[in-house]
Write a protein that binds this ligand. Structure first.
Ligand SMILES: Cc1ncc(COP(=O)(O)O)c(C=O)c1O
Length: 398
């Protein structure tokens, strides 16, 4: 055990930086993309285009939904889902404060107000017992976030939503492989939005997203929003091919990105298997380190291991989580805290949502750290992660 941190001039655990996330790709992705070049069809609106359609069909089949719509990002899918749900000026949408900023600012983009409701200390996701008090006659939807792959308590959230006639849009940016009572997350609410950005379990090479639903009407509305607000399919009240009937945008995914996504989705079981093996190893070792814990998993959930969050007991540390994060990076372990991303701390949300009372999320924000977890790791890498966390936690403990 070395007694000097690398950040203070000591020997680092490793010389190169072990990356947080890494895209795992190979021949299959390249060969899919080559097909696009060969056919010279790059945009999904081209009647000859097939990759986006194929990707959507594969995705719907894999997750178990009737409709899947590919988007240019998880954020654009989120915005379209809210518009499809009819959210707009004067409405309120319940979101947890532990999420990426887009979950909350897409609500603002519709003209509605994000209302932050606290999370549960164990599941680190929306606490259903706190939702009812936040519901007003303006509330239109709840957006549970399966934060870092920990499924939200969907039974209780759906019960509240039903009693209050609210739409539920699951944020599945980290939801790949996560299950709630045996069901894939994303298949329980009215809609769900997925991020396929490059740090996620599967990616469309850079950015990408997916919206899924079993509701034909919502699917048609979201499809229309994705494509400039054009009149679509069964909703059509006109035979004009280019009739703009609602606010929309260009939120489409390109064929090349869909092609990459197809190859990734075909390999996802292998990715998930590796992630699970690595997670089990880390779980077994992390618990041996004093002052470090992992969020508790209820017996009825399965974690897809999109991320590996740990909590460091702030009351037993001499420094804050950002300093711990810097020290781990200096040891060669790329990790991140979420202090800067916490939505309620941002000017925009303070202006729109007002003061927020979410003490549980505040504490988790100050304790949470994401460690590397991806299929490209080796057991040597995992041992380095453990060594570095152990070293930093020991040296910084009071
Ligand atoms: C919880 C959550 N929701 C939504 C998003 C937005 O997804 P994207 O980056 O694909 O726009 C992210 C992105 O990381 C996220 O972490």
């Amino acid at each position: 055990m070395q007694d000097k941190l690398a950040i203070d001039g000591g020997e680092p655990i490793r010389k190169d930086l072990l990356r947080m996330a890494k895209v795992n790709y190979g021949y299959e992705e390249l060969s899919q993309i080559l097909e696009v070049f060969k056919d010279e069809v790059f945009c999904s609106v081209d009647p000859r285009a097939s990759k986006v359609k194929d990707f959507e069909n594969l995705f719907a089949e894999y997750i178990g939904s009737k409709y899947a719509l590919a988007f240019s990002s998880g954020t654009t899918a989120q915005h379209a889902s809210l518009l499809a749900a009819g959210i707009g000026e004067g409405d309120e949408v319940i979101v947890p404060p532990l999420t990426f900023v887009s979950t909350a600012y897409t609500v603002i983009l519709t003209g509605a107000k994000p209302v932050f409701v606290d999370v549960d200390d164990n599941s680190i996701t929306l606490d259903p017992s706190k939702i009812q008090n936040a519901i007003t006659n303006k509330t239109k939807a709840i957006v549970p976030v399966h934060w870092f792959g920990y499924p939200a308590d969907m039974d209780n959230i759906m019960k509240i939503a039903k009693e209050n006639e609210l739409v539920v849009i699951e944020d599945c940016a980290h939801g790949f492989g996560s299950k709630y009572k045996g069901r894939n997350v994303g298949t329980i609410g009215n809609m769900s939005c997925w991020s396929l950005q490059e740090t996620k379990t599967i990616t469309t090479a850079g950015d990408g997203g997916m919206l899924i639903t079993d509701d034909e009407n919502l699917a048609l509305l979201a499809e229309s929003v994705r494509d400039h607000g054009k009149d679509k399919g069964a909703m059509s009240d006109s035979n004009l091919p280019y009739n703009i009937i609602r606010e929309g945008n260009n939120y489409r995914l390109s064929e090349i990105h869909a092609a990459f996504g197809i190859a990734q989705l075909r390999k996802v079981e292998g990715f998930l298997e590796k992630r699970k093996i690595f997670r089990d190893y880390l779980d077994g070792e992390i618990v041996k380190i004093e002052n470090v814990t992992i969020p508790k998993m209820n017996e009825y959930i399965e974690h897809g291991n999109s991320n590996y969050p740990i909590r460091i007991k702030e009351e037993n540390m001499r420094v804050n989580i950002s300093e711990i994060s810097l020290a781990l990076n200096a040891e060669g372990i790329n990790c991140i805290d979420r202090i800067d991303e916490y939505p309620p701390d941002h000017t925009l949300f303070r202006e729109h949502s007002g003061p927020v009372n979410t003490p549980v999320a505040e504490k988790i924000k100050r304790e949470l750290l994401l460690l590397p977890l991806h299929p490209g790791l080796t057991f040597d890498d995992l041992r380095d992660i453990i060594k570095a966390v152990d070293k930093v936690a020991k040296i910084y403990s009071t």
